[in-house]
Design a protein around this ligand. Structure first.
Ligand SMILES: *[C@@H]1O[C@H](CO)[C@@H](O)[C@H](O)[C@H]1NC(C)=O
Ligand SMILES: *[C@@H]1O[C@H](CO)[C@@H](O)[C@H](O)[C@H]1NC(C)=O
Ligand SMILES: *[C@@H]1O[C@H](CO)[C@@H](O)[C@H](O)[C@H]1NC(C)=O
Ligand SMILES: *[C@@H]1O[C@H](CO)[C@@H](O)[C@H](O)[C@H]1NC(C)=O
Ligand SMILES: *[C@@H]1O[C@H](CO)[C@@H](O)[C@H](O)[C@H]1NC(C)=O
Length: 720
């Protein structure tokens, strides 16, 4: 008989709380109030927003400045709850969602974002966001959820210890950007003119927020010291894409300070979104982020000064009651004018108008017809399962131990902290799962890890089992962050290692499909798995780039110079794939482009060390420089499979601080066994082959650049 493998479930991490249900009542519904111009659907939104503003008293205005906005009964306006959550499924972390106030008792829990990210499949990300939106809107229609949701979380997963890194699509700014666009477009479902949308999504947490509590540092008071270079090519890009391409209607400013100024008071950073990226929407603070500005950060000398500094910076509502309590006195003391509030309300009302809040539900819009039957559907559960399948990463598979053959397996022993429970963790921001027999452990925000090793005595347990069984083990890792599993990587008793993130409620069904080869895993790590020694790096050090003179190894695959346990983009399959770059330009000539005046100002700059480069802002038409790369993907194995093709680039000219390599494109492909499939990836050199200089300007090096996919390398020359 074949050796019966042991199958370990190792649990690593999981958060939530709740409060008041929003009625789905609408203003303008009754004849007594619908004659106001703000109710008049034939007027443009700005006119309607101004009309409403003009009718409100100062007290009524102030009562709008909280996530729980008061109603205005004399105008027929019901209360409005701005805070609902939908990270990887509708959940009740915010007061906007209530699973017991109506017919919808649960919602589909999709896998935690870090796992879906590992699929590197934009269509999957879009489909999941659309499905969450259907359930969210159905719950809204049933009076159990709001219209404005505070997802996605698009902070770059900068440090492997970050407790909320699991909520993000990983460490690469280009991947996080791409994810944000799919989520927001899928979720908001924009339609018609005037920016109408079915729901509102929120890009959070703006900006440089990625530490909960580490040593003496806490997210509420942490001052993130970020240099211009890292701001420009790591921290900022996801927010820019989320707004510019995704057209998100909300931004959340974070608790932390950025270079000594609270994020919600950084007028320059908040206005950049509106002025440079075309942001149309509202800016909310993270919860109680304004209260802490005086009380805990002592950045201002009074609460009224805190009110002034955030409203003048461009924040529109505060999550919490702080503005309700202190705005009147800020006006009395002359710290702000009523005009400062009007700005905020105009933005808030504009979003409500775009959401159709002031209009009678339009029966012609499909989403107004959604109801309880559209939640927890078989289709959504299947999509959740599909996300788990596509995201699961095979990290080790000695001698093709997996997939198991059913006929040859005698017993499977399941051991580990989760072994007695049929459930799988959902990770944080998890709602009530559709399958009520499933129980979830919820772990919390506000925590970072202190170690990259497995928690408790799990490693000892595994090693003991490995040494006594003499039978091959399969290690199944669950959790949202990287773990140092070097011991298992090198232990010959452990034949295979699979990472399944936090797979959500369907994880238990999908795992056997993968173990027995019904599905061929093709996920790739969206984060670097560092060795435990990385914990000597101070978590509060926001520098991305390595600095040898102080022994700083740098962060993420773009800059990290040390050893890895498993690298970004790593992931095996039951098949073997090989790549060929079939077609790409040999030369990109900036001055011989079809666009006249391509380089509008100085043609190029030369650094003191002789390297030539151009500043991206000086290139008149970046679009004209885009080029396609054709790649053939051969499946040299015996199983069909899907996996992500990751195309990287590096520039041969490099200097301290330039990235080791960068992801310039990715595409998920399905390839049948023994066949070849072609895939085309379009590269935007300005955006993706450039990097920031120390002043934060994006520069493109002249000279040889190398495109890399798998073992295949391809050189191309960028010249003026
Ligand atoms: C949810 O709704 C139920 C039933 O209406 C209510 O009793 C409960 O207080 C609400 N929960 C929250 C957190 O608001
Ligand atoms: C709505 O606005 C339009 C355009 O200004 C106007 O012609 C119409 O009379 C208004 N309707 C009502 C009911 O006031
Ligand atoms: C802020 O300071 C107040 C008063 O000292 C304290 O009660 C509260 O816990 C602090 N909040 C945070 C988030 O540190
Ligand atoms: C590297 O660290 C040293 C010592 O702290 C510092 O003087 C230097 O400016 C740093 N270099 C860069 C490029 O940040
Ligand atoms: C990407 O995801 C979509 C949605 O699940 C799926 O239909 C498609 O097959 C996936 N692509 C590949 C190559 O697996």
């Amino acid at each position: 008989m074949y050796n019966a493998p042991l199958f370990l479930l190792i649990i690593i991490a999981g958060a939530g709380d709740g409060a008041v249900p929003p009625p789905n009542a609408r203003p303008c519904a009754s004849a007594a109030t619908n004659s106001y111009p703000f109710c008049n659907a034939s007027l443009p939104f700005p006119a309607r927003a101004r009309s409403l503003l003009s009718l409100l008293t100062l007290d009524e205005k102030i009562a709008q400045l909280s996530n729980t906005a008061a109603g205005v009964p004399r105008l027929g306006i019901p209360p409005f709850e701005w805070w609902s959550e939908s990270l990887h499924g509708v959940c009740d972390n915010g007061p906007g969602v209530n699973f017991s106030s109506g017919p919808v008792r649960s919602a589909t829990i999709f896998p935690q974002i870090i796992l879906s990210a590992a699929a590197f499949n934009r269509s999957l990300w879009r489909a999941v966001a659309e499905a969450i939106a259907v359930e969210a809107r159905a719950m809204h229609n049933a009076g159990q959820a709001g219209l404005t949701f505070w997802a996605p979380n698009i902070n770059v997963f900068r440090d492997p210890r970050w407790g909320r890194g699991q909520e993000t699509p990983g460490e690469d700014p280009a991947v996080v950007s791409a994810y944000s666009v799919e989520y927001v477009k899928g979720f908001q479902g924009e339609y018609g003119d005037e920016g109408r949308m079915m729901l509102s999504a929120c890009c959070k947490h703006y900006i440089a927020y990625d530490l909960e509590k580490w040593e003496g540092f806490a997210r509420y008071t942490f001052n993130a010291e970020v240099n211009e270079q890292d701001m420009s090519d790591t921290y900022q890009p996801p927010f820019r894409s989320c707004i510019q391409e995704g057209r998100a209607s909300c931004l959340m400013c974070s608790y932390n300070q950025v270079n000594g100024v609270p994020a919600c008071a950084r007028k320059d950073i908040l206005q950049k979104a509106r002025d440079e990226w075309g942001f149309q929407g509202y800016i909310t603070s993270d919860c109680d982020a304004v209260a802490i500005i005086h009380e805990n950060q002592t950045y201002t000398i009074s609460d009224e000064d805190s009110v002034a500094v955030v409203l003048k910076a461009g924040m529109d509502i505060n999550c919490g009651s702080f503005l309700i309590r202190h705005t009147k006195s800020a006006i009395k003391k002359g710290k702000i004018q009523e005009e400062d509030i009007n700005h905020a309300l105009f933005n808030l009302f504009s979003v409500q108008l775009r959401l159709g809040f002031f209009d009678e539900a339009n029966k012609n819009q499909w989403f107004t017809q959604l109801g309880p039957n559209n939640v927890c559907t078989q289709e959504h559960r299947e999509l959740a399962a599909e996300a788990v399948r596509q995201g699961t990463v095979l990290l080790k598979n000695d001698n093709n131990f997996l997939p198991l053959k059913r006929s040859e397996v005698g017993h499977i022993a399941v051991i580990g902290p989760a072994a007695n429970d049929p459930y799988i963790l959902g990770g944080d921001y998890t709602g009530v799962p559709c399958d009520s027999t499933t129980t979830f452990v919820k772990e919390t925000e506000d925590h970072d890890r202190v170690s990259l090793l497995l928690p408790g005595r799990q490693m000892d347990l595994i090693l003991i089992i490995a040494s006594v069984t003499k039978k091959p083990l399969i290690l199944v890792l669950m959790g949202g962050g990287p773990v140092d599993v070097s011991f298992a990587k090198h232990d010959p008793h452990i034949a295979s290692i699979l990472w399944i993130g936090y797979p959500g409620e369907v994880g238990g069904h999908v795992l056997p499909e993968i173990l027995f080869g019904k599905y061929n895993p093709g996920g790739k790590l969206p984060i670097t798995w560092y060795p435990e020694s990385f914990t000597s790096v101070p978590m509060n050090d926001m520098n991305m780039r390595a600095n040898a003179s102080r022994g700083y190894p740098g962060r993420t695959y773009r800059f990290y110079t040390g050893d890895v346990v498993y690298g970004f983009g790593y992931g095996l399959s039951y098949s073997k794939y090989s790549y060929n770059i079939l077609l790409a330009p040999k030369k990109i000539s900036l001055s011989h482009s079809s666009v006249p005046d391509l380089i509008s100002r100085k043609p190029a700059y030369t650094r003191r060390d002789g390297l030539d480069y151009v500043q991206v802002e000086d290139i008149a038409s970046c679009e004209a420089l885009q080029f396609p790369v054709h790649i053939s993907v051969s499946n040299d194995g015996v199983m069909d499979g899907s996996h992500a093709v990751l195309l990287f680039a590096r520039s041969k000219p490099n200097f301290p601080g330039s990235p080791v390599k960068q992801l310039v494109g990715f595409e998920s492909v399905h390839t049948a066994a023994g066949t070849t499939t072609n895939v085309e990836i379009t590269i935007d050199p300005c955006k993706i082959m450039s990097s920031a200089n120390p002043e934060g300007r994006r520069v493109l090096f002249l000279g040889t650049h190398v495109l890399m996919v798998g073992d295949e390398e391809y050189e191309l020359l960028i010249e003026v």
